[in-house]
Design a protein around this ligand. Structure first.
Ligand SMILES: CCCCCCCCCCCC(=O)SCCNC(=O)CCNC(=O)[C@H](O)C(C)(C)COP(=O)(O)OP(=O)(O)OC[C@H]1O[C@@H](n2cnc3c(N)ncnc32)[C@H](O)[C@@H]1OP(=O)(O)O
Ligand SMILES: Cc1cc2nc3c(=O)[nH]c(=O)nc-3n(C[C@H](O)[C@H](O)[C@H](O)COP(=O)(O)OP(=O)(O)OC[C@H]3O[C@@H](n4cnc5c(N)ncnc54)[C@H](O)[C@@H]3O)c2cc1C
Length: 652
């Protein structure tokens, strides 16, 4: 029945204050207030309707996205929204669009790479959306290997194909273009340029440039709202001052001047976007977990006692699949908060020409982007399976969420390629120990290598696994021993690069171990701080233990093969995990309510706040255009003749 809360019994069981948890999830009371207001503004405006997307053709879908993006922009101006409010409004509109790349990459690149003079020219145009930008780095033949991009920009003291860039296909008027800078006959490698690609008068493509959409992508709706594009340059000319010259310049005479900064600063936007992708992983995973948790509390199947079937959320297998994902959503939230701090810190240091934490920032953003997106993509699919058959319906919200999310494992750096960057960073850290260099930041634990190599796990009973110091040490020991083992095997190769490639699968596993340690450590650090709210900290401690012990269980091979723990201690960890699932069970629905997602944003019949699934699932079916007529199109051409023929045959 409408208006009845079918999950009230679940909400009444919770042992903490959901409103207090909402503040912790949002990061602050102010952040919660902005998010709550923007999500309701979007949910209550029919212009932002999204339940019809699956029935639109690609062109209708794209035009609908342009309409929404323009309407959102009008709202932002009309309501004089702040940058934060505007960002949250676009987030809740929930539609990949060219604006993601304009605000998410084009503007940050300009801000990070332009000179003061260039910023004064281009930023006001970009902020007022008088130009629309995209980020054109990936070519048909190269995406991961940026150093081998083939587009060239040759300085002509007298007077250059991209593939994938979002927003490029149909909308962008300008592009940040990556090309090899050649001047005075010398190739200075990849640099960033700003290039106008369409007329600001009639949007026609400028001469010497060919632009198109790269075609339909994975899944219905999904990322097809975005005009990922293809672009070909044929000897176009741009003014010298459209080389973004904050870190390197070309003089009027064509002389190349490189300021004494690491060349990798040209990659700065990728570090920034990888950081936002980690935060976005917690958004996407929490959304899937919210749907699967509420539906698991509604769904009953088998196991009847006094004539009432069992809620599937009470099955231990359902809990062992669902609750680690719930814990991961919170874990990624908090590591994302820390990564935001790290990024801000490194940016401040760069401004003071202090490049000391740049390698750490690169390794952390690359590694955490990789493991949080992989876990989130797998987690969304697991949430679909946790919802049984109904999870496969678009009205569950899960298929489209999966289809929109999975490219995160590829864009902004293929996950394996990025983990190999972390592996290089770890191997380098271990090798520098010999020379006495003290590791700092997230590798500081390597400074206690002697202890970690000799340490034995102190767990004797299941409850010992609730001790954060014991858990943290186990993850440090596992990671340190895997890195040292790789470094040792690598040292047996005369050609280090050859050794690195030969051992790369093991190196990737060591990189994963290090990144999982960071997530566990940051969750524990979060809990050592002040966590306001009734019962909130207690719940988060349970989720932290679940994240750590589930990760340990999933990677048991590492922990046993490095002798970090014994089989007995592994079994005690399982016992503790099951006990934690039972403790989280009465709080599960309240823990997902704390994400404060509107039904509009969830876009899921299964995840409705009121849990009134079946009547709404049934009604939704009839809305499908397939049910416009009882007799389907094609009956008279293909079914009627067949049935008649079969009837005649049967009488012969
Ligand atoms: C709202 C959310 C949703 C957001 C919505 C988003 C919508 C979708 C957006 C997607 C947009 C895109 O995909 S844009 C395109 C994204 N493309 C990528 O991410 C390309 C991935 N590839 C790369 O980043 C690079 O090619 C590498 C890192 C793999 C290799 O670079 P390389 O130049 O060959 O460097 P390499 O020889 O390996 O290393 C040389 C030295 O540089 C260092 N180094 C390498 N990269 C960096 C770096 N970024 N910062 C600092 N340092 C670095 C290395 O550690 C090493 O240090 P040392 O050892 O010498 O000390
Ligand atoms: C939805 C979407 C949006 C995108 N938006 C943009 C955009 O706006 N702008 C932009 O410039 N680009 C964009 N891209 C492109 C994206 O950045 C690249 O696809 C990404 O960087 C991966 O590069 P690649 O395609 O060359 O993969 P490849 O590197 O070719 O990967 C193919 C396989 O090779 C493996 N591999 C590659 N190198 C190594 C190695 N050294 N060692 C071991 N294995 C290796 C990879 O792990 C992978 O399994 C987008 C891509 C997608 C899917």
């Amino acid at each position: 029945m409408e208006g009845v809360d079918h999950l009230a019994h679940e909400r009444n069981r919770s042992q903490f204050d959901v409103n207090d948890m909402k503040i912790v999830w949002a990061g602050s009371r102010e952040a919660f207030e902005v998010s709550d207001r923007m999500s309701r503004l979007v949910a209550n405006d029919p212009a932002f309707r999204k339940d019809n997307r699956v029935h639109l053709t690609r062109k209708e879908l794209f035009k609908n996205t342009l309409r929404k993006a323009a309407y959102a922009w009008k709202k932002i101006i009309e309501l004089k929204l702040s940058e934060e409010e505007a960002g949250r409004l676009r987030f809740f509109v929930d539609e990949p669009a060219y604006t993601d790349l304009h605000w998410g990459m084009f503007v940050p690149f300009l801000k990070g790479q332009g000179t003061e003079e260039q910023l004064q020219k281009w930023l006001p145009l970009a902020y007022k959306m008088q130009i629309i930008g995209c980020y054109a780095q990936t070519e048909l033949g190269h995406g991961s290997n940026v150093q081998w991009l083939e587009t060239t920009a040759t300085f002509d003291p007298k007077t250059d194909e991209f593939w994938w860039p979002g927003g490029l296909g149909k909308v962008s008027t300008h592009a940040v273009v990556f090309a090899r800078l050649i001047t005075n006959g010398r190739d200075y490698g990849v640099h960033g340029f700003i290039v106008q690609i369409r007329s600001l008068d009639d949007h026609s493509v400028l001469p010497g440039i060919t632009i198109g959409d790269i075609g339909v992508k994975f899944g219905n709706g999904a990322y097809n709202t975005m005009d990922n594009g293809v672009m070909h340059f044929d000897h176009i000319r741009i003014p010298r001052n459209q080389l973004l010259m904050r870190f390197s310049q070309v003089t009027r005479e064509g002389k190349y001047v490189q300021s004494d900064v690491p060349r990798q600063l040209v990659y700065g936007t990728m570090v920034y976007v990888r950081k936002t992708i980690v935060i976005d992983a917690s958004n996407a995973l929490s959304r899937a977990v919210c749907i699967a948790t509420r539906y698991s509390a509604v769904r009953r199947q088998f196991g009847s006692q006094d004539g009432v079937e069992t809620q599937v959320i009470n099955y231990k297998t359902q809990q062992s699949r669902l609750f680690p994902l719930l814990a991961s959503a919170y874990a990624f939230r908090f590591v994302g908060e820390w990564l935001q701090w790290l990024y801000t810190d490194v940016t401040q240091r760069l401004a003071a020409n202090d490049f000391s934490t740049l390698p750490e920032a690169h390794a952390c953003t690359a590694g955490l982007k990789s493991i949080t997106t992989a876990a989130t993509a797998d987690g969304i699919e697991e949430c679909r399976k946790l919802c049984g058959g109904h999870g496969y319906l678009c009205s569950s919200g899960l298929p489209e969420l999966f289809a929109v999310y999975v490219p995160a494992c590829t864009y902004e750096g293929d996950n394996v390629v990025l983990l190999l960057q972390v592996a290089r960073f770890l191997v380098k850290t271990v090798s520098q120990l010999v020379s006495g260099k003290k590791p700092v930041g997230t590798t500081a634990y390597m400074g206690r290598l002697q202890h970690l190599m000799e340490s034995t796990c102190k767990v004797q009973k299941a409850e010992d696994w609730l001790n954060p110091s014991i858990v943290l040490e186990a993850f440090e020991v596992r990671s340190a021993r895997m890195s040292v083992e790789c470094a040792k095997r690598l040292s047996q190769f005369t050609n280090q690069e050859e050794g690195f490639h030969e051992l790369s699968p093991s190196l990737v596993e060591a990189a994963v171990a290090h990144c999982q340690l960071i997530i566990v450590a940051k969750f524990i650090e979060k809990l050592q701080g002040d966590i306001p709210g009734n019962g909130v900290k207690d719940q988060l401690q349970k989720l932290c233990s679940i994240y750590a012990l589930f990760t340990l269980h999933k990677h048991l091979g590492d922990f046993l093969s490095t002798s970090t723990i014994t089989p007995k201690q592994a079994s005690l960890a399982d016992d503790q995990l099951r006990s934690l699932y039972a403790q989280v069970r009465p709080n599960a629905v309240a823990l997902v309510d704390a994400f404060n997602y509107t039904d509009h944003y969830l876009g899921s019949i299964l995840g409705r706040y009121d849990g009134n699934v079946y009547p709404n699932l049934y009604d939704e079916a009839w809305k499908d255009p397939m049910n416009d007529t009882a007799v389907p199109d094609g009956y008279h051409e293909y079914i009627k003749p067949l049935l008649k023929q079969q009837l005649r045959n049967s009488r012969l």
